[in-house]
Write a protein that binds this ligand. Sequence first.
Ligand code: ZN
Length: 234
Amino acid sequence: MLNTVELKRQLEKDSDTLVQDTIDIIGDNHIATSKDTPLRPDAFDISDKEKIKLIAAKFKDIMEIMGLDLTDDSLKGTPNRVAKMYIEEVFSGLNPANKPDIKLFENKYQYNQMLVEKNITLHSYCEHHFVPILGHAHVAYISNGHVIGLSKINRIVRYFAKRPQVQERLTEQIAQELKHILKTEDVAVMIDAEHLCVSTRGIEDTNSSTVTAHYSGKFLEKDVKSEFLAYIQG
Ligand SMILES: [Zn+2]
């Protein structure tokens, strides 16, 4: 545990308030800086097990700084529980080793119409506040001769959702991955989600949701887009 003198020293070191203010503004406006998740080049130099150990120690510091007594039976397991949850569950999509292995099948039925999978459960985390984003994804594609199993679409959505995210980037990442796997540009992705950083803090608006969409290929055509929208509204 850091003692008060060390904490104060750390505070003096981090007193570049102007920079901090700018960072706060960017975060609250949920501005994304890149289409790719910003990862350090050494992101996977240490194992998941080591990461859990390191995060647990840091999280213990956070709790103690807030004044919580970690000798309490109810609290003492929390740092390790949070660390495990970060690495093995809610942020497991950061690690490419967890990327779903998707097999492509020949489209034997010659079904070359639109395929829509709607209301895919989506649980992600806002990268600016580290609180949940809860909603649904609607995904569609038009096969150019290849298809994938339906549950694989859920798995792709889940993989990219399990990262610190901004909704726009998440939408793009799912669309790009589907195009890559299905070898077609004819893909649409829509996400409708509630951001807990909007509903439980800040403006505390529990009614609003955020909608983002990616249309490409044939989905840019008005009729095709309308057909997709009719399916997901129906
Ligand atoms: Zn947020």
